[in-house]
Design a protein around this ligand. Structure first.
Ligand code: SAH
Length: 221
């Protein structure tokens, strides 16, 4: 039988150190820092990697993918200017950690994953009782298509390296909405924040380099 996962004084302490580290690296949004201090990141890792969960580094998960580094999660979440009750679309569910952080910040989150193996793991989401599917919904599909039935979204966050701004995603963003997207140049990605001013006009801001697994078309069984 699987042992119950616990959030102990030790893991809580590790989170306090992680938050301190993220503050020193320049993260200032208190709602983001608070969410990181609330969500037990080790629940998204296999048990033997409990301590590594609180180091500021990316880590391999199933299907050759990675759980983003805490700094990257914090940086993207900060750029997104999350407000309570925002409806947010995430592309690239992966470990579910980024989506959970956004849900903890009070947003309603819908997240898409193209790899069946990773999507299937969302059935074992350990924090389901705290974030039911009305708050955090997992979808198997191709992020390039977005989710027209749930559109428009207040915010869209892409957590894989995109080759270009997917036109269908921009369409599904509300006027005044924000998209945070790592856009490929070479093997690195520059983080972009795109604000939809109206149907023809976008405000674009470019931030520093990050490294992501690629955003790929279609789904994988
Ligand atoms: N947000 C994740 C990061 C996972 S890595 C986390 O917190 O752990 C990026 C993920 O994007 C991978 O799981 C990859 O399979 C997925 N991905 C890549 N292209 C995609 C696409 N077109 N649609 C949906 N997901 C995609």
């Amino acid at each position: 039988m699987k042992k119950e996962r616990l959030d102990t004084p030790r893991t809580k302490g590790l989170r306090i150190s992680l938050v301190k580290d993220l503050r020193q690296k320049g993260i200032t949004d208190e709602n983001v820092l608070n969410a990181i201090s609330e969500v037990p990141r080790h629940f998204f890792f296999d048990e033997e990697f409990e301590t590594i969960a609180y180091e500021d580094r990316a880590f391999p998960i199933a299907a050759n993918q990675t759980i983003s580094q805490p700094y990257t999660v914090a940086f993207q979440s900060e750029l997104l200017q999350v407000k309570k009750f925002d409806k947010i679309l995430e592309i690239g569910t992966g470990s579910m950690y980024q989506a959970t952080i956004l849900a903890e910040m009070g947003a309603t989150v819908i997240t898409i994953e193209r790899q069946k193996e990773l999507y299937n793991q969302t059935n074992n989401f350990l924090l389901k009782s705290k974030y039911p599917s009305s708050k955090l919904k997992f979808i198997y599909g191709d992020g390039f298509e977005g989710l027209p039935t749930f559109a428009p979204f207040d915010k869209i966050i892409i957590t894989c390296g995109a080759p270009f701004i997917p036109p269908k995603l921009i369409q599904q963003l509300k006027i005044g909405g924000i998209m945070v997207i790592p856009l490929a140049s070479d093997e690195h990605h520059k983080m972009w924040r795109i604000t939809k001013v109206d149907d023809e006009n976008y405000n674009e801001e470019v931030f520093s380099d990050f490294s992501f697994v690629p955003m790929l078309p279609g789904t994988q069984k």
